[in-house]
Design a protein around this ligand. Structure first.
Ligand code: C5P
Length: 240
C-alpha cells in the first residue's frame, strides 16, 4: 500500500522527461501530479501508462464549468484510474454535487478535491472579480461549501492549514503546495513552509515539485522527507 503524503509535481513539458524522472522513483514512495501542460501535451494515454506503472496519479485539471459538463469530465477522469482529481469550488454547490454524483461510491474512485481561492490572487484581485471579504474568509466559506457538496477535501496554502483544519475537522483532506525542505531554494514560491511544519499544521498531502524533480538523487530526498513527515504526524488521510 502507498502511504506516502508527498505528491510530486511532474511539471515537465514532455512525457519523455517525466518518464526519465520516474525511472528513478519507486512508485510507492510518493504520488505524482499531472497538470494541464503535461496533460495537454501527452494526453490520457500517458496518464493510463503512469497508472499502469503503479503510480497514484493526481490529475490536476481543476474543472470549472456547468454541472453536467463537470460531472462528465470527472467520470472520464475516473475512468483513467487516477487516485485524485479536482474541481474549482467557485463553480458552486450544484457543480460540486454533480461531480460527486458522477463518481461511484467505491474505494477505487478517485479522491475528489476542491480548489478554493488560487494562491496567485490577492485581496484586491478577489474584490475585482466581485468577491467580498478577505481571502481567508473566502477560503473558509468555500471549504464549508465543498464539504456540504461531499468533496473529500480542498487544496489550500500552508498558511491556511491551521484555521481550515480547526473549522473542518480531521476527516477533511488538505492538500498543500508551496513546500520547501529546510535549505532548499524557494524558487518562485513566495510564502513557503517546510514539510514537517506543514504536516504538523494539519496537511494530509504535500505537493512538492522542484526540490525532488531537480535533485541529483530524488529517491534520497524522498526518503528523507518521508521520515521527517512521519515523525511530525504519523497517520495519513484515508490510510485504511
Ligand atoms: O516546484 P514546486 O514545488 O514549486 O511546485 C509546486 C506545484 O504546485 C506546481 O505544480 C504548482 O503549479 C502547484 N501549485 C502551487 N501553488 C498553488 C497551486 C498549485 O505551487 N497555489
Amino acid at each position: 500500500m502507498n502511504d506516502s503524503r508527498i505528491i510530486v509535481a511532474l511539471d515537465y513539458a514532455e512525457s519523455a522527461k517525466a518518464l526519465e524522472f520516474l525511472d528513478q522513483i519507486d512508485a510507492t514512495s510518493c504520488r505524482i501530479k499531472v497538470g494541464k501542460e503535461l496533460f495537454c501535451r501527452s494526453g490520457p494515454e500517458f496518464v493510463r501508462q503512469l497508472v499502469k506503472r503503479g503510480f497514484d496519479v493526481f490529475l490536476d485539471l481543476k474543472f470549472h464549468d456547468i454541472p453536467n459538463t463537470v460531472a462528465q469530465a470527472c467520470g472520464a477522469a475516473a475512468d483513467l484510474g487516477v487516485w485524485m482529481i479536482n474541481v474549482h469550488a467557485l463553480g458552486g454547490l450544484k457543480m460540486m454535487e454533480a461531480a460527486r454524483k458522477a463518481l461511484p461510491a467505491s474505494a477505487a474512485s478517485p479522491l475528489l478535491i476542491a480548489v478554493t481561492i488560487l494562491t496567485s490572487l490577492n485581496d484586491e484581485d478577489i474584490q475585482s472579480v466581485g468577491l467580498s471579504g478577505s481571502i481567508a474568509q473566502n477560503v473558509r466559506r468555500l471549504a464549508t461549501l465543498a464539504s456540504q457538496a461531499g468533496m473529500d477535501g480542498i487544496v489550500c496554502s500552508a498558511h491556511e492549514l491551521v484555521t481550515v483544519r480547526a473549522s473542518m475537522g480531521k476527516d477533511f483532506c488538505l492538500v498543500t503546495p508551496g513546500i520547501r525542505p529546510a535549505g532548499f531554494a524557494p524558487d518562485d514560491q513566495q510564502r513557503i513552509m517546510t514539510p514537517s511544519q506543514a504536516t504538523s499544521n494539519g496537511a494530509d498531502y504535500l505537493v512538492i515539485g522542484r526540490p525532488i524533480t531537480m535533485a541529483r538523487e530524488p529517491m534520497q530526498v524522498l526518503t528523507a522527507l518521508r521520515s521527517d513527515m512521519k515523525a511530525a504526524h504519523p497517520v495519513p488521510f484515508n490510510a485504511t
